[in-house]
Design a protein. Structure first.
Length: 233
């Protein structure tokens, strides 16, 4: 009885806290000086309409590299904790000794329709991240969601960890090389102005930001896909 009363009191307490935050919330009518300076600087200096992507991949690109490195370490840690023997990985479904329970026909049919659409949407998010909402992190997460749906629809499918690991490593190396190119040919690490800025808002524009976004999306997508497969293991 006391545990139930305590639980109710905790729920009421947090309800009061969050309700007070919601009631007292007021939307700012103007940007802070720092945000306003970035809103003006990114389109002029980097040629990218998406201010957030410009900041993440250029001004604080080194931090972004650290974030994907942390994600890589998380994937490696999950692999060490939950990983099993690689026996059976990379084999066809007919060669696998285990026979997991197949998913329903609805899930299989839905996956056949949705996985290609999700993959196309992920490519769109990554490729247009410099001029509209999206970018490498978001597109990589969408890629991993398509892998998750495919795994749910095909329980006997095993993610090709060797391919994903190799692809992730290549994307990471190219990302670092792009950063070094910024040091060599521009004004700093991951400076996107190693390539021409092009016409503002065009598909091919904003210097090297689209390339960095693609590399980031591939790296994040591969790392999250490996984590998904390891949790299933």
């Amino acid at each position: 009885m006391m545990r139930k009363i305590s639980a109710v009191l905790v729920v009421v307490f947090f309800g009061l806290v969050f309700s007070s935050l919601a009631i007292n919330y007021t939307e700012r009518q103007s940007l802070r000086p720092l945000a306003e300076s970035y809103v003006k600087l990114v389109p002029q200096d980097l040629g990218a309409p998406n201010v957030i992507t410009g900041i993440l991949l250029t001004y604080r690109g080194f931090d972004t590299l650290g974030e994907v490195a942390a994600l890589f370490m998380a994937a490696a840690a999950v692999g060490l904790l939950l990983g099993t023997s690689d026996k059976g990985r990379g084999q066809s479904a007919a060669e696998l000794p285990e026979r997991p329970k197949p998913s329903s026909e609805i899930v299989q049919s839905g996956a056949q329709i949705l996985v290609p659409l999700i993959s196309i949407f992920a490519v769109y998010i990554i490729m247009n991240g410099h001029r509209s909402a999206g970018g490498g992190f978001q597109g990589g997460a969408v890629i991993a969601s398509s892998v998750l749906l495919f795994v749910l629809a095909s329980p006997r499918y095993r993610v090709d960890l060797a391919f994903f690991s190799m692809t992730e490593s290549v994307a990471g190396v190219l990302f670092v090389l792009a950063g070094i190119a910024g040091l060599t040919f521009a004004n700093g690490f991951l400076d996107s102005r190693v390539l021409p800025l092009g016409h503002f808002g065009a598909f091919i524009s904003a210097g090297a930001i689209p390339i960095l976004s693609v590399l980031l999306g591939v790296k994040v997508g591969c790392e999250l896909s490996v984590i998904i497969d390891r949790f299933r293991a």
